[in-house]
Design a protein around this ligand. Structure first.
Ligand code: ADE
Length: 245
């Protein structure tokens, strides 16, 4: 069975959405991954199909019920593979490329998209949900975050990226941001392409790109730069790479 994502949501019609287009969409049609969205509301048991209730202790907003979410999670987890169950929430661990690589190495994901003020804490504990955030801002629901996470995963699945889109040299693959790219025309609105790129000298081009990637990382992301230089200081970490500029 291919890498499979189950999305638990109150808005199942949002999926695959943008993931049905472009690279992820082609991979979906090619059977390299699959997705199903489960309507959380269909697991409600009362006449009104209630999925949320007022918070104990008072306060604004509504909280998603643990019994309904547990039934939905149980149904999703029963369908194939020993997949991690992830709850998308701004209080989760921040998503990064290393986490994406881990998820891709497994059989797929079960993604819980919350709405309202949150979900009852007990279902997070009982199901051992992994809480994941896509960044320090608040979305109105987990659905766009689930799409971001899935897009990042799907492009790394075997056979999804061709040589043209290959992620070998891209941002984060070695802890650096990407170097600048240029194409024709060589002169555009009085702006020339860096001459080294027209030199045909592959080693010089590689050196320039590495230096630019390092400059951009140092200027824009001191956090990534610090980690990169720490790793570079470790014995063997710089094997096969040009020295820092
Ligand atoms: N739900 C709402 N905001 C979110 C965020 N930043 N990351 C993941 N899930 C969310």
């Amino acid at each position: 069975m291919s890498w499979h994502a189950s999305v638990l949501t109150l808005f199942p019609e949002m999926f695959p959405g943008p993931l049905g287009q472009s690279l992820a969409g082609r991979a979906l049609r090619d059977g390299r991954w699959s997705i199903d969205s489960l309507d959380i509301r269909s697991f409600a048991t009362d006449r009104h199909r209630t999925v949320d209730d007022t918070p104990f202790g008072g306060g604004a907003g509504m909280v998603m019920r643990p019994d309904v979410l547990d039934a939905a999670l149980g149904a999703a987890l029963a369908t194939g593979g020993d997949r991690p169950a992830v709850y998308l929430t701004p209080r989760g661990r921040r998503l990064d490329q290393a986490m994406v690589r881990d998820f891709v190495a497994g059989p797929g994901l079960v993604l819980l998209c919350g709405r309202y003020e949150g979900v009852d804490e007990r279902v997070i504990e009982a199901r051992g949900l992994q809480e994941v955030s896509i960044g320090d801002y608040v979305l109105s629901g987990g659905e766009p975050a689930a799409m971001v996470l899935l897009d990042a995963c799907v492009r790394l699945l075997p056979g999804v990226m061709g040589a043209a889109e290959s992620g070998v040299e891209e941002s984060f693959s070695d802890g650096l941001l990407e170097y600048p790219h240029y194409t024709r025309p060589a002169d555009w609105q009085g702006r020339a392409v860096p001459p080294v790129l027209l030199s045909g000298h592959h080693a010089e081009v590689a050196r320039w790109r590495r230096a630019e990637a390092e400059r951009i990382t140092r200027e824009r992301r001191p956090d990534l730069w610090a980690r990169y230089t720490e790793n570079a200081a470790a014995p063997g970490a710089m094997d096969g790479r040009p020295a820092a500029a």
